[in-house]
Write a protein that binds this ligand. Sequence first.
Ligand code: C2O
Ligand code: CU
Length: 473
Amino acid sequence: MPVNRRQFIAGGGAALSASTALVPATVARAASHGADAPEGWSTLRAAVAKAQLAPGDYPPTEVWAYNESSPGPVLRFNRGEMLRQRLVNDLPEETSVHWHGIRLPNAMDGVPDLTQKAVATGETFDYEFAVPDAGTYWYHTHNRSWEQMARGLYGPLIIDEDTPPDVDRDLILTVDDWRLDQTTAEIAGAFGNLMDFAHGGRMGNLITVNSQFEHRQPVKGGERLRLRLINTATARIFSLGLQGLEGWVVAVDGQPLDTPTPPEEVFRLAPAQRIDLIVDVTAEPGQEAYVIGIERSGGFALATFDVATGTAAARRPAPAALPSNDLPAPDRANAREAPLLLEGGAMRGLGKAMFEGRSLSGRELSEQGQVWAMNGVAGMPSVPLAGVARGETLRIPFQNDTMFPHAMHLHGHHFREELADGTLGPWRDTILVDPDQKTSIVFVADNPGRWLLHCHMLGHQASGMKTRIEVST
Ligand code: C2O
Ligand code: CU
C-alpha cells in the first residue's frame, strides 16, 4: 500500500514543509496544582490558545483548549482512584466537561440542561468521582459540542490496570480532522451549517495525530507498543491499517476483549470510539512503521515510527487478555425493549413525518435547524426513550433508515451488540450503525440518573439525534 505525504485532503494543492512544530501534551497526575483549586485538585482551564496544526510554514491556529493544549492534558489515574478536576471557564461562552465512557454518578456527567447547568464565562465547576474501570477514555466539552470540540476542547483520560500489560511503550494517539482555511490555517467558520449536518457532518481538511500534522516517534526493532487510538473528530470515521506493525486489538472503548484478536486489514474507528492495540514493531531496523489512514484518495502515514538501526528484538508470544472490568452481564431473556428508529438527513429527509404532535413539516423543522429524528422526534423528546428500574436489562434495537452511518453513544454505561449469530460483541460505549442496518444492544441499566443517548457525529446530535434513558434509584 503506498504511503503518501500528508496533505490537506480536500481541495488539495497545499504546500507542505518537512517538519511540524510539536504541541506537547502535558501530563497531570491527580496531584495538587493550580492556585484556585483546593488541595488535591487539578484545574482544567478552558480558554483560547494557539496550536501548530498545519505544517510549519503555516501560522499557528487559534484553538479552544484545556490548559493551553489541544488535546488537553493527559489525565491519568489508577483504577478506583478519585478524579478531582476544577473546570475554569475562560472561554467567551458557556461550557462543561463530559467524561466519555466513565461509569460515574449522574451529576458528574457534564451534560448541560440534563445533569448540570452550563458553566458561564468566568465560572467554575468541580468534577469529583471515582474512576471504576481501567482503559482508554477521554474527556470533552458537552456544550455546543459540534463547535467547541471542532475547536479543540478534548483530551485523553487514561485509567491504568492494576497490573498493566508488559509493553515497551504506551502511546496515546488522538486522531482528529480540522477544517482550516488553506491560506491562514485558521479554523473555518460556518459552524452549524445544515448542509454539513444533513450529510455526514462537518468534515475537516487536515488530519492530525495529537494535533500534529506529522506525527513521528522513535521505536526500536521488535519493540512491543501499546497504541491507544482515540477518534476525537466530530464527524469523520477513520479507516485505519498498520504497516510494519503486527499485533492484536486488546480493548475497544476502554473495555478489554476476552481474547486479543488481530485487527482487520482495514479497521474503522468511528467518532468517540477508542481502540487499544498491542503491536510489535516488525519493520526492519532503519525503516519506518506506520499507522495508515485510508481515504478515498489512498493511504497516508497517519503516525510514523522511526525504527532505530541495530538488531531487532525477537518476536514475543501473544499478550494475555487485559483484566476484565467485570461489567454486569445482561439478562437477555428478560430484557425490556426500547427500539430506536433513525430517520431523516439528506436524500431521505423528514418530509412525510409528523413530529411529536407538533405537526411540523420537514421543511418547518429544518428551518429550526432540525433535520434528523429518532422515533419521529427531532431533538430531545419530552419523555425518555425508556424509564427503567435500576438493575433491569435494557435492549435497544436500532434501525437506521437514513443514508448515513451514525455513531450511537450511551452515557454512563457500557453495552454489548447482539450479533447476527446470537453471540454478543465486545463491550462498547459507542456503536457505528450503518445505513439501512438493524442491530441491537443490551446492557444492565445499573447507574441511576438521566443518561443521554445520541449520535456522536455532533452535527447530527445538534440537528435532531438525541434522546435519553432514565434509570430510577
Ligand atoms: Cu462523548 Cu455525549 O458524548
Ligand atoms: Cu449520526
